[in-house]
Design a protein around this ligand. Sequence first.
Ligand code: FES
Length: 146
Amino acid sequence: MREENDSAARRLALDTVTSRRAMLCGLAGAGALGALSACSGCGRAALDLDPERPLAAVSDVPVGGGLVVDDEVVVVQPVEGEFAAFDARCTHENGIVQAPDSEGLMVCPRHYSKFDIEGSVVSGPADSGLKAVEVSVADGEVFPAA
Ligand code: FES
């Protein structure tokens, strides 16, 4: 009976060590992921947009709202006939912001920063506005500026 108890105690100790190792490895992995995500907001490459390729048809961009194109650019129409665009990557850690809601707010789904329809930060954690993309309108379409 005593040998069975000793054996059970050894197995328990071994399981505990194994579990602690697994947990420590998990924490190390989580730490590495944390470091990666913390770095994801730096070193942002500029968008490479083709000025010959329209971002959107004017008729597809709602007045007071906008749309996200290819998870790259948000095209907005704050007032009828006036268009603007922004890099859709959140300035916090590159989440792709959503198209403006009924209040003209663009929300990043990662940590819920909010930007107004002019790209300015309304609430963080982002601490700077969306990067503007110059656009022009021709033939009923919105183009990135050359
Ligand atoms: S990536 Fe963190 S709020 Fe957008």
